[in-house]
Design a protein around this ligand. Structure first.
Ligand code: BGC
Length: 255
């Protein structure tokens, strides 16, 4: 299967899992739209990587927490590549703060970047797919923490829990209209979001010993899953989550 002639928007495609998704889809021949807010140079680097991988890419200045900018992103896909096939709501941040420590500002930021962006991104893309009479796919990069508590990262878990219900509820709403929604739920991935853990040998050892596969995921392993879902004709999958976590959620407590 190929993504030749298909266009994906990958939000937060400038680094980490997003960049890996863009490159994996490009290896199957896709066109990619990557957004940036303040760092077009990073986008230029990703565009080069996408082109080397065999795809085409374009950057667009867009803040995913703003509805108008989400519309701009979809318009960019249509103007540049003639349409949109897959929206990947990947942009995400975390503050690693507990309930008692989280400021109002941090809460708003985490909810906007992780959840509001996915909610309104899905709305804008959903309307586009329906109006254009195209089959559409929305993939939300969620986390094991859409259902598995991570004490000390409360706002993030609340946002990912919201993403879980976004995909289930809106996925059902759109199921009869040719639009599917799927969450991908990674465990611990070696990306900038986990830099502080990777820089602390004790913390890293604690994390890896909790993972049945004994290691963090490489971003490419998540990128390949998203590209596989985008490529596949297994078209009966919607309103649910595919976890990719090295077994961490099933780890259990050894005796
Ligand atoms: C979080 C990481 C965490 C990982 C596994 C991810 O969603 O961003 O901070 O290490 O889940 O628990």
């Amino acid at each position: 299967m190929s993504l030749e002639g298909k266009t994906l928007i990958v939000t937060g495609g400038n680094s980490g899992i997003g960049e890996a998704i863009a490159c994996a889809a490009a290896r199957s021949g896709a066109n990619i739209v990557v957004d940036y807010v303040v760092n077009p140079a990073e986008t230029d680097r990703v565009i080069e990587n996408v082109e080397q991988a065999g795809g085409k890419a374009v950057g667009v200045r867009a803040d995913v927490t703003r509805l108008d900018d989400l519309r701009t992103m979809v318009r960019k896909a249509v103007d540049t590549f003639g349409g949109l096939d897959v929206l990947v709501n990947n942009a995400g941040i975390e503050t690693r703060t507990s309930l008692l420590e989280t400021s109002e500002e941090d809460y708003d930021k985490v909810m906007s970047v992780n959840l509001k962006s996915a909610f309104f991104g899905s709305q804008v893309a959903g309307r586009y797919f329906i109006d254009a009479r195209r089959e559409g796919l929305i993939i939300n990069v969620s986390s094991v923490h859409e259902e598995w508590p991570m004490p000390g990262n409360t706002a993030y878990c609340v946002a990912k829990g919201g993403m879980r219900m976004l995909t289930r509820t809106a996925g059902v709403e759109l199921a009869g209209r040719g639009v599917r929604m799927i969450n991908v739920g990674p465990g611990a991935v070696a990306t900038p979001i986990n830099q502080s853990t990777m820089d602390d040998p004790d913390e890293l050892e604690r994390l890896e010993s909790a993972i049945p596969m004994g290691r963090m995921a490489r971003p490419e392993e998540i990128g390949d899953l998203v590209a596989m879902l985008a490529t596949s004709t297994a078209g009966y999958l919607t309103a649910t989550t595919v976890f990719t976590d090295g077994g961490i959620m099933q780890g259990g407590l050894g005796l």
